[in-house]
Ligand binder design. Structure first.
Ligand SMILES: [Zn+2]
Length: 237
């Protein structure tokens, strides 16, 4: 059985399920114990305005080890070569790659202007949506999940079919306050759904498709999305 979403055999170092390529030489963090009264410890504590962290006081220091091969963020060139080999050799890898390319192809069809218009504007509200439906009390789960659609911008639909906001439950963008005093952020929940969808469905598949094929159309589309999301906050680099 392959890993739940990996192009490398499950025996390898498996990361979060969202990553289908795994690395054996990415960034790692290890904790090293340190003897008491070590010289560097007193230097740290003598820096004006700086306090020893709880970790340093209690058990040692964190040692950050960067990837040894560049260019690398989470996967190395060797990982990419292994993934491409796996796709040629194994059905499970081929199936994952096909799914990635299928999804990426759908996002390639989206016009750049559509993507820019779809991303919430600066100042937009973002909400998890835990207040749920003010009509029936149903919960649509965090970020609306299946309860939102690009076909109906600014709205969410509860599992019982109530689409909000509506005339009786208005939301100009900063939420609707119900008679019981609870706030419901329909627009904010939709906004969160948009960014989550663009991040985990669009970007993730586009960057993996580019990684596997080196076809720059995927990278160009991913850049448009990244740039649009970055424009939400002025201070975003
Ligand atoms: Zn409802």
């Amino acid at each position: 059985m392959p890993g739940r979403s990996g192009l490398v055999p499950p025996a390898s170092n498996e990361r979060d399920g969202l990553a289908f390529l795994t690395s054996s030489s990415g960034v790692s963090i290890s904790r090293t114990r340190r003897r008491k009264k070590e010289p560097s410890e007193s230097r740290v504590s003598s820096i004006p305005g700086r306090r020893q962290s709880d970790l340093t006081r209690s058990s040692g220091t964190l040692k950050i080890e960067g990837a040894k091969v560049h260019p690398t963020v989470f996967i190395t060139p060797a990982d990419v070569r292994r993934a491409r080999r796996n796709i040629e050799r194994y059905d499970w890898a081929r199936q994952i790659a096909d799914a990635v390319l299928r999804e990426a192809a759908e996002w390639l069809k989206r016009e750049d202007d559509w993507l820019r218009r779809t991303v919430p504007l600066p100042g937009a509200s973002f909400a998890v949506g835990i207040s749920g439906c003010p009509i029936c009390g149903a919960n649509w789960g965090p970020w609306a999940r299946d309860g939102a659609s690009f076909e109906n911008p600014g709205h969410v639909t509860c599992p019982n079919g109530h689409t909000l906001p509506d005339n009786d439950h208005p939301d100009e963008g900063n939420g609707y306050r119900g008679p019981d005093g609870r706030n419901h952020y329909f627009v904010g929940t939709y906004n969160s759904w948009v960014v989550e969808t663009l991040t985990f469905k669009a970007l993730e598949n586009l960057v993996y498709a580019y990684t596997l094929t080196a076809d720059e159309r995927y990278a160009d589309k991913a850049i448009v999305i990244l740039d649009a999301i970055a424009s939400i906050y002025e201070e975003t680099p």
